[in-house]
Design a binder for this molecule. Sequence first.
Ligand code: HEC
Length: 126
Amino acid sequence: MSRSTTLLLSSTLCTSLLMGCSAGPAPVSFKSEVKPLVEKYCTECHLPGGAGAEASGFITDSYENLMKGTKFGPVVVAGDPLSSSFYRLIAGKVDPSIRMPHGKEALSEVEIATVENWITQGAGNN
Ligand code: HEC
């Protein structure tokens, strides 16, 4: 095994140990926590043919499409919720009048924090 591979492996191990053991928020699962929120609040308008999908190109039927973002670029910047329009829009930080889900009841504080923590933790497909 080359030296750089060993370094890479040990830094990956440290990251996962830190995420498991630090006092920060518990690791968020995309599949069991974020995906159900997306299905509940976004998919109605962000499937192909839906109003949001037509207007922005943002399709939320899979992790891959979610990460692809809109026709203008990504909406999730892994590690940086404040640069992620996905988070900024649901939290009303872009402009409260264009909050997502568009024209519907906002996500709860806990749900918004789940998305924020998932992005902070790297926005993986875990
Ligand atoms: C009731 C329909 C509807 C729902 C539900 C909805 N959207 Fe949208 N979305 C839209 C429409 C319409 C647009 C395009 C209008 C615009 O860009 O102002 C849009 C645009 C977007 C954009 C692109 C905005 C931009 O400025 O590039 C993002 C990102 C987005 N939605 C995320 C979400 C997320 C995340 C959810 C779920 C929490 C969601 N939307 C739920 C209708 C909806």
